[in-house]
Design a protein around this ligand. Structure first.
Ligand code: AVI
Length: 331
């Protein structure tokens, strides 16, 4: 059974006028700020979502493969608390839902009434994940939600009584949030869950800097194209005239957060027009586009404690590069 992609809000080009207005104000405010910045939420239009899928397949971008290894090895352990109980899997930032299918496959064997709610800001990505899931499990109930995380969490309060929840926040999507934002999100997740519900949260671990640098600046230039697509999107949607050849993708490491950071650097002095406004950029001036935080095991334990979850397991891949934290909402 499939609901249509019922958008609480869909901040994508196929979204509504309110989203377009928000995109416009985010871009204009970000260009006026110092350093200039664009929120990374806006990466994921149809082109950006496709580019991210290509990133996930790059040899340098290890995150998805490490997490898949964990899920394949630990699916039984993750599914165990839900054996014999009706259960909904909520997938925050589902993307193409590729890794989630490993868990759905296991849960489907032991759970009498399984439902799947992929949540994403990209309607295009949701359509793909729904089609793929239905092909594989025609009897699974799928409820796609086109929303940002906060909107999706608000809906959890209206859950069906007696139905257990497993909320997935995979892929180190949490790493694209500043720490305070991440804690706030985890707290509202914890508040929305009931006794015995679980969360599985993916964290990319701090590692060799060269490995990190390559993951965010690949040889083929797919990550560069993903980053530059933000400018192309502003041109497409906000009547702007960014010359993409006058910007370069840069990935730097911030040891304090710690995080990889993405920037778009102006290669010359230039003037850009966006939605009727003019911005002057100096040669070498950078627009900040993303943080991808990297974690130590102690950071993960601190997140659980600060958001009120009980830690059940910290599951690492064989190289110790990535961790999925299995947390339970206590009574
Ligand atoms: C979606 N997110 C977890 C990715 C990351 O690693 O921060 C987005 C990404 N940006 C550049 N490469 C991948």
């Amino acid at each position: 059974m499939t609901e249509t992609v019922a958008a609480e809000r869909a901040p994508t080009p196929d979204g509504n006028g309110e989203d377009r207005a928000r995109f416009r104000s985010d871009v204009l405010e970000g260009l006026a700020a110092r350093p200039r910045r664009f929120p990374s939420l806006w990466f994921y239009d149809e082109v950006g979502s496709r580019l991210f899928q290509r990133i996930a397949e790059l040899p340098e971008y290890y995150l998805g493969r490490c997490e898949r290894e964990i899920l394949e090895r630990e699916a039984g352990r993750i599914a165990a608390p839900f054996a014999g109980r009706p259960c909904t899997v909520v997938d925050l930032g589902a993307g193409d839902g590729d890794k989630t299918r490993v868990l759905l496959s296991r849960l489907n064997q032991g759970t009498p009434d399984l439902a799947y709610a992929p949540v994403d800001v990209s309607v295009a990505a949701l359509r793909q994940v729904v089609a793929q899931t239905e092909r594989e499990w025609p009897r699974l109930k799928v409820f796609p939600v086109a929303a940002e995380y906060a909107g999706a969490l608000r809906r959890l309060h209206a859950r069906e009584p007696g139905r257990a929840l497993l909320v997935l926040f995979l892929g180190s999507n949490i790493g694209n949030l500043e720490r305070a934002q991440a804690v706030a999100l985890l707290r509202s997740l914890r508040t929305a869950l009931g006794p015995g519900d679980h969360a599985l949260v993916g964290f990319d671990l701090l590692k060799d800097l060269e490995v990190l640098r390559r993951a965010y600046d690949d040889r083929e230039g797919v990550t560069a194209a993903f980053n530059l697509n933000l400018l192309a999107r502003v041109n497409r949607e906000l009547d702007a005239d960014f010359d993409l050849s006058a910007f370069a993708h840069r990935a730097t490491f911030d040891p304090v957060r710690p995080a990889m950071e993405s920037w778009l650097v102006s290669l010359r002095r230039q003037r850009v027009h966006v939605a009727g406004r003019t911005f002057r950029l100096a040669e070498g001036e950078a627009i900040h586009t993303e943080i991808s935080c990297k974690y130590r095991e102690a950071d993960i334990a601190a997140f659980a404690a600060e958001s009120g979850f009980e830690e059940r397991a910290l599951l690492l891949d064989s190289r110790g590069w990535f961790a999925d934290a299995l947390w339970c909402a206590g009574g």
